[in-house]
Ligand binder design. Structure first.
Ligand SMILES: NC(=O)c1ccc[n+]([C@@H]2O[C@H](COP(=O)([O-])OP(=O)(O)OC[C@H]3O[C@@H](n4cnc5c(N)ncnc54)[C@H](O)[C@@H]3O)[C@@H](O)[C@H]2O)c1
Ligand SMILES: N[C@H](C(=O)O)[C@H](O)COP(=O)(O)O
Length: 344
């Protein structure tokens, strides 16, 4: 079988990222060739502690750049070594290791853009640690947009028991007080264009149906509870419809998430992080995934964070289900994108 090569960044080394990355990569080794990016010594020790059968072999960044990936057998996971600056203690954050985490992302992007990797899958990192290391950072989503020089991207989570529950966000990691000003006709137009293009190109949905929430309670109650729906969102939806996008709304967010609406939709566009994601995570925490739309590469991630509480208790407490789904989804998106490019 022709296994796609996927870069798997192992995230915060003191969290559950190394463990769930190894477990998922190992279980999926017949379907996908995962290349792990992280501290090689930590990953080798973690692999040994999980399962003595699990084999990992590491190469340096320089060796990878000079000669590419070695031809390891399928039962040996490849690691590109991005060494932590300081010894890692499970469950204990150390800002001195923050830059090594960013290095894993940089290497994954480099490989995805030069064609070495079909996609990137990211294990969770601790956003505060990157900031404590001296780098302003709000999330993978924004960082990947920055390093690939992409002016706008869209965060979308997928999962849940309803078929195809996908929730995209009009704003990402933004303080609540800054949300209204960030929602403009222009930003909504770009967001809807990105959702349409990626649901077509990476998910194979010919004419995506997008349901859009309002910003205010009861979608503004005809202007009595806020005017963003009347002044910004509805006009943006009309303009999108004229561009051939099937976007409907704005609907009250509190009642939109029920099967009779969702059955007729490929994606819900919510206005901000905690308007859309609690619904998705309530429906599917542990087997949902996070996808960045609009990038010049494929990136998926898990639906959970670093779970330092579990990492501190040792191996065997974290569920790697979301990581399995994220890897499989990335491989599938890579296949769909390749097919779409082959038949314009
Ligand atoms: N993709 C990412 O990089 C990503 C995603 C979400 C959160 N985060 C970051 O993670 C850090 C911690 O965030 P948090 O505490 O809000 O959320 P969290 O997801 O780390 O933890 C919330 C709860 O869920 C549990 N949990 C999380 N993952 C689990 C798993 N795989 N199996 C079993 N239980 C699991 C934890 O034990 C905890 O009780 C923050 O810095 C946050 O920004 C990163
Ligand atoms: N917003 C995401 C979530 O709640 O799951 C999470 O913070 C990760 O975001 P990035 O992929 O941008 O790091």
């Amino acid at each position: 079988m022709n296994r796609p090569i996927i870069a798997l960044t192992c995230g915060e080394p003191a969290g559950i990222g190394p463990e769930i990355s190894l477990r998922a990569a190992w279980e999926l080794r017949d379907e996908v060739r995962c290349v792990l990016l992280g501290d090689a010594a930590l990953l080798a020790q973690t692999a040994y502690d999980i399962d003595r059968q699990m084999r990992v072999a590491a190469i340096s960044i320089q060796a990878w750049r000079n000669t590419g990936l070695p031809n390891f057998p399928a039962d040996c996971l490849c690691v590109i070594d991005c060494p932590a600056a300081e010894p890692v203690r499970a469950g204990q954050l150390d800002a001195r290791n923050g830059r090594a985490v960013l290095q894993t992302l940089d290497m994954a992007v480099e490989g995805a853009l030069n064609g070495a990797f079909a996609a990137i899958v990211t294990a969770p990192l601790q956003k505060s640690v990157i900031n404590d290391a001296g780098v302003a950072f709000t999330g993978h989503t924004e960082y990947l947009a920055d390093v690939t020089k992409t002016p706008q991207v869209v965060m979308m989570l997928a999962g849940g028991d309803a078929p195809h529950l996908r929730v995209a966000l009009a704003t990402t990691h933004l303080a609540l007080k800054d949300v209204p000003a960030a929602i403009t006709a222009e930003s909504l137009a770009r967001t809807l264009d990105i959702i349409q293009a990626d649901l077509q190109g990476k998910f194979g949905i010919a004419r995506p149906r997008i349901l859009v929430t309002g910003l205010n309670p009861h979608a503004g109650e005809n202007g009595y509870l806020g005017r963003e729906e009347i002044e910004v969102i509805a006009p943006a939806l009309q303009a999108a419809q004229q561009r051939g996008i099937d976007a409907r709304g704005p609907y009250p967010a509190d009642t939109l998430f029920q099967p009779k609406y969702l059955e007729d939709a490929d994606c819900v566009l919510a206005m901000y992080h905690d308007q859309g994601l609690p619904v998705l995570k309530f429906a599917s925490f542990g087997h949902g995934i996070n996808i960045t739309l609009g990038l010049p590469l494929i990136r998926t991630s898990v639906d959970h964070g670093t779970a330092l509480d579990l990492a501190a208790r040792g191996l065997g407490h974290a569920d790697h289900g979301s990581m399995m789904v994220a890897i499989r989804a990335a491989a599938e998106m890579a296949r769909k994108q390749k097919d779409a490019q082959a038949s314009p």
